[in-house]
Ligand binder design. Sequence first.
Ligand code: NAD
Ligand code: ZN
Length: 243
Amino acid sequence: MIDIAQGPVTAVTGAGVSAESGVPIFRGEEGLWRDYRPEELATLGAFQRNPRLVWEWYNWRRELVSECRPNAAHETLARMEKTLRDFTLITQNVDGFHQAAGSENVLEVHGNIWRTRCTACDYLTEDHRVPLADLPPHCPECGALLRPDVVWFGEPLPRDVLDTAWAAAAGCRVMLVIGTSAVVHPAASLPTVALKNDAQLVEINPAETPLSAHAHEVIRDPAAEALPGWWEAHRPGQARATA
Ligand code: NAD
Ligand code: ZN
């Protein structure tokens, strides 16, 4: 039996945690947009070749997410943060649903589609407008192209966020891996780091992944269905409020 009272708990979430909110995962037919695969659009090369096209895709994704709401899995993770003394949430998602559900400290290793930054200067902004007018947008400070503040395929992850995530993976006693295919590195290595440090691994994913064979508990159900019950069964009897 997994015992979350043993020490730090870290959760890693991927696109699957938002699937029941109505946000499609990348793999499979639903991830396509105008017949493009995400790998053809989410790269610096694609942006440099056709910034308007890439921005239209992000505009569509922003619209899609704006019509969806966080689900019971996001809400449970927010509750875990408030209850557990030492809890870290790492997400590969860019939709902002963890924060919308009430999580306060979210390590977003792949950025966030609601933030936009300049390709030339330090300008960074967050706005939730949908749709965006005049694509591609330009920097109000220097006039250069703006881009979504997300990590594209082939780009490095934000160093400070990754370092903190790595430390949380190495230091946890229990790691929950929820709705990630565990193939996009380096984020996919976080469970391996936890395993090397003898953490217990819990996987929640309707499909098998390369991690499944190494997990101490595998729950083959959708996250919004499975996580609330898992938490009810495992949460400490005495809820501890954090400061
Ligand atoms: P992925 O699309 O590669 O894999 C999603 C995983 O979720 C699969 O293993 C699938 O079996 C599982 N899954 C599907 N429905 C589920 C459910 N209801 N509950 C639990 N698991 C479910 O996604 P990934 O591994 O996160 O990596 C792809 C990249 O795409 C990530 O970097 C992520 O940033 C990005 N992405 C983000 C969003 C989002 O922000 N919502 C959506 C799509 C892709
Ligand atoms: Zn600028």
